[in-house]
Ligand binder design. Structure first.
Ligand code: NAD
Length: 353
């Protein structure tokens, strides 16, 4: 029997190859006249292309976006936006650049247009993160949601295959946990299943040919759907574990997600049969946890936490940290089974659930 509450606050989405070229009219649609373009130093060329498309509506490029949004960068960017008279910002890049845009929006009324070039999905969420004194603080605030998102698959053609794969698998993790979220609903469920299907299909094709436009489009479509899931419902065991592992042991964000997901799903599988069926159907496999493990293998990502810098001696502490901070999960989090999950994820065995 259905029972749910569904509210959504989503940006306007323009999707299609070459959609970046619509930037000028999208800025005008917001009633803005001067757009500051945000990027990382590595994506300055793409940002300058946006600036040239904007012509006199460009307030210049700020190429100071950095991983985890250091608070000093956010302050510098806000100050720069004020000084150059910007009345909107265009963030072109991945989660780090869009995160900088969000940090600006949080403390000003500057509307943000996002042009995502990875599959992280941040552009669809009200979640922000700012790092101060080595600590990343995250929060949810509707003010940080971009007003408009231009999804242009041509811009991800240059995203290295390895980065494309881990970024896409990270997006699959958002969709997978959205399928058993406490505050889930049937619309999000549809998006999540379709997101997993399209990402798995697209990533396999990108691995064969990074310049496959159709595959890039499929991945970006999946990233949009998975971002919607992340923005609208709460996450559970898997995300909590990845934050613990990433935050405590500085493990790489996206790889950690890829490795842990099959094991976190195996932990929950006995109590969320419907979600497991949907994931398995999206992957066209018998078992969701094993199917995701096999997808990782096919895509060539590391299979064990030991391969990405976690030592076996850290597992007890990781378990302790994860347990010390209670959170909702469809199956109660218990020390013994959680420690066993971590051991399996560390060793990199194929889940049996
Ligand atoms: P990223 O933004 O950190 O980018 C990684 C590198 O790849 C950067 O140097 C970037 O310039 C480069 N790059 C990006 N797109 C490229 C392209 N098309 N071609 C060539 N190089 C390209 O990576 P990410 O995985 O998108 O984002 C990770 C960050 O986003 C993490 O800090 C994560 O916590 C955050 N995130 C936030 C949310 C949210 O809802 N707030 C959601 C997902 C991820």
């Amino acid at each position: 029997m259905y029972e749910f509450t569904y509210t959504t606050q989503a940006p306007r989405v323009v999707f299609g190859a070459g959609s970046m070229k619509l930037i000028q009219q999208e800025v005008e649609k917001l009633g803005a006249r001067r757009a500051l373009i945000l990027c990382t130093p590595e994506q300055k060329a793409q940002a300058e292309l946006v600036a040239s498309l904007l012509g006199p509506s460009s307030a210049g490029v700020f190429d100071g976006a950095q991983m985890h949004v250091p608070v000093e960068n956010a302050r510098r960017a806000r100050k720069h936006a004020k000084e150059c008279g910007a009345d909107c910002a265009v963030a072109i890049g991945g989660g780090s650049t869009i995160g900088l845009g969000k940090a600006i929006a949080l403390e000003s009324s500057l509307p943000i247009i996002a042009i995502p070039t990875t599959y992280a999905g941040s552009e669809m969420t009200p979640i922000y993160g700012i790092t101060e004194g080595g600590l990343k603080k995250t929060g949810r605030d509707a003010r940080v949601i971009p007003k408009t998102v231009l999804y242009d698959p041509e811009l991800s053609m240059g995203l290295p295959v390895a980065l494309s794969i881990v970024s896409g698998l990270n997006a699959i993790a958002h969709a997978a946990e959205g399928l058993y979220a406490k505050d889930g609903n049937p619309v999000i469920t549809l998006m999540a299943e379709e997101g997993i299907r399209s990402l798995a299909k697209g990533l396999r094709a990108v691995k064969m040919n990074a310049k496959d436009k159709v595959a890039r489009s499929e991945c970006l479509y999946g990233a949009w759907l998975s971002g919607m899931v992340l923005g609208n419902v709460g996450m559970a065991l898997h995300h909590k574990l990845c934050h613990t592992l990433g935050g405590t042991f500085s493990l790489p964000h996206a790889e950690t997600h890829a490795i842990v997901l099959p094991h976190a799903l195996a932990y929950n599988s006995s109590v969320v049969g419907d979600a497991m069926e949907r994931i398995a159907r999206a992957l066209n496999v018998e078992s969701a946890p094993a199917g995701l493990y096999d997808l990782n293998e096919e895509l060539g990502v590391p299979q064990g936490l030991r391969e990405i810098g976690l030592s076996e001696g850290d597992l007890d502490y990781a378990c302790e940290v994860a347990l010390s901070n209670p959170y909702w999960n469809p199956r109660p989090i218990e020390a013994g089974p959680l420690r066993a999950l971590l051991q399996r994820a560390w060793e990199g065995h194929r889940p049996t659930a």
